[in-house]
Write a protein that binds this ligand. Structure first.
Ligand code: ATP
Ligand code: MG
Length: 455
């Protein structure tokens, strides 16, 4: 019975996990892709900005700094002279941006003029770029370019901006970062994103599983309840049908048995036997009535029923048992009147009273109360005696559950049916060496009053 529900719960859980994990992972992947692109773009922009600074730090052409003697200077001398002037400027920028390499390239000298930080990179001064170097494109077209790959410094992301003076490209400036550093930063970022996503996903899954589990459980309970209700309904229909069919012949049997009983002389043992038949028929009749009530308790006629009055009358019916058990009886009544079918409410009271009488110990206590609460009106029946065993608590409202030799086991289930008919609740608890049953009806269903009537 439980199996399909468990597998349903499992299915629901697997679905939840997929429903959470798939979008998280996909969006994680997209997010990282996006973040990586953004990081690269940001780096590009930063490197470009540095090249623009370098451009500004050289207000004139290279030749301007070489002075009038430049025609007599060798290439080497020119490079050294320019490096002396521009070196501090590139070093300044390199110092402010750790990890970044910056420098000037002269087209005319075909040489690296400066490369900062000079401590690390001064050995590159004077080198020419070979024909595969992307710097050639910058010199040729006079447009900026970012290139990632192996260049003079090694594997770098290199931003290059042409130096244009008087409409001519006289060289270019660059700013670069080692690809290794970029990759490291990227990995750190990726790592953090995954960490957050996975932590979020796990929390999400945990919450979802918790909810699914609770949901599954209540569905389980609901199913069980539906099954029980269905069973009871079917049983009720059957019982009512049978009861109806049995009642008619029973009426005839009872009538004829009574006639037969009368027809025997007083001392004839047959007269006694007929008497027994009549009594037994009456017993069957009571059973039938309970069965009918169990099947479909129906409201025949509604009137104002005064609960304390009804309880007093019902007590009168069981007066004999009360006396025999030498009970200590207390009654505490607030006046509760409800619009209901008199017979049905009496059925509730009699059933609960009978159960209490059966359960109470010799010389014990019986306490009956009616009360008016803020949202309900209630009546309670307490009897001293042994409590209801743990393993029977679930069953006592089941039809035909009885712990008594001559019990039928319909009393409480009939009672419960009637209580439900009036939208009420019935429950019990083991208290003070005894058992208390309580019935509550919602107050709006009921006409109630409070007066001095108690006793
Ligand atoms: N006041 C009570 N104290 C202890 N047990 C109780 C009490 N009321 C009910 N029970 C338990 O609940 C069972 C079911 O009660 P229920 O009234 O439905 O059937 P029954 O009394 O056994 O038979 P009947 O159909 O004749 O009423 C009882 O057999 C008894 O075990
Ligand atoms: Mg009973």
């Amino acid at each position: 019975m439980k199996h399909p529900i468990i597998s349903f719960r499992r299915k629901l859980m697997s679905f939840m996990i997929i429903a959470i994990a798939f979008p998280t992972l996909t969006s994680g992947y997209l997010m990282i892709d996006h973040a990586e692109k953004a990081l690269l773009k940001e780096k590009e922009n930063k490197l470009y900005a540095l090249t623009r600074q370098l451009d500004h730090l050289l207000p004139y052409s290279f030749n301007h700094y070489l002075g009038p003697q430049q025609n007599k200077m060798s290439r080497e001398e020119k490079i050294n002279r320019l490096n002396l002037i521009l070196g501090p400027r590139t070093d300044l920028i390199a110092k402010e941006n750790p990890g970044i390499g910056v420098g000037y390239y002269s087209k005319e000298l075909n040489a690296i003029i400066t490369y900062g930080p000079s401590q690390e990179l001064k050995d590159k001064i004077g080198l020419s770029i070979d024909h595969t170097h992307p710097g050639n494109q910058v010199l040729q077209h006079g447009t900026p370019l970012v290139f990632t790959g192996k260049q003079v410094r090694g594997n770098i992301m290199n931003a290059m901006t042409p130096l244009i003076r008087d409409g001519n490209v006289i060289g270019y400036v660059w700013a670069n970062e080692l690809t290794r550093d970029v990759a490291d930063q990227m990995q750190k970022m990726e790592h953090n994103i995954w960490l957050i996503l996975i932590a979020g996903m796990l929390i999400g899954i945990l919450i979802a599983l918790k909810i699914t589990n609770t949901l599954g459980r209540s569905i389980e309970k609901m199913e069980e309840q539906i099954r029980r209700t269905d069973r009871l309904k079917a049983l009720g229909e059957l019982a009512a049908g049978m009861a109806h069919e049995i009642r008619n012949p029973l009426t005839s049997i009872k009538a004829f048995s009574q006639i037969a009983e009368e027809s025997f002389p007083a001392e004839d043992p047959n007269r006694e036997y007929m008497g027994i038949i009549v009594k037994e028929v009456e017993r069957i009749n009571r059973l039938i009535e309970q069965l009918l009530l169990f099947g479909r308790p129906s409201i025949e006629k509604e009137e104002l029923v005064n609960l304390p009055d009804l309880i007093r009358q019902s007590l009168f019916l069981i007066d004999y048992e009360l006396k025999k058990k030498e009970l200590n009886l207390t009654q505490e009544f607030e006046v509760v009147q409800m619009r209901a079918d008199y017979n049905l409410i009496q059925q509730i009271i009699v059933n609960l009273l009978l159960n209490a009488i059966h359960a109470v110990n010799q010389g014990g206590t019986l306490e009956i109360k009616t009360m008016v609460n803020p949202t309900t009106v209630a009546m309670s029946f307490f009897n001293s005696g042994s409590s209801i065993a743990e393993n029977q608590k679930e069953k006592i409202f089941n039809p035909f559950f009885t712990s008594k030799d001559h019990g039928i086991g319909l009393g409480l289930s009939v009672t419960q049916n009637i209580v439900h008919l009036y939208k009420g609740k019935i429950f019990f608890e083991n208290v003070n060496h005894g058992v208390k049953f309580q019935v509550e009806f919602p107050r709006e269903e009921i006409v109630y009053g409070k007066d001095s009537c108690s006793g």
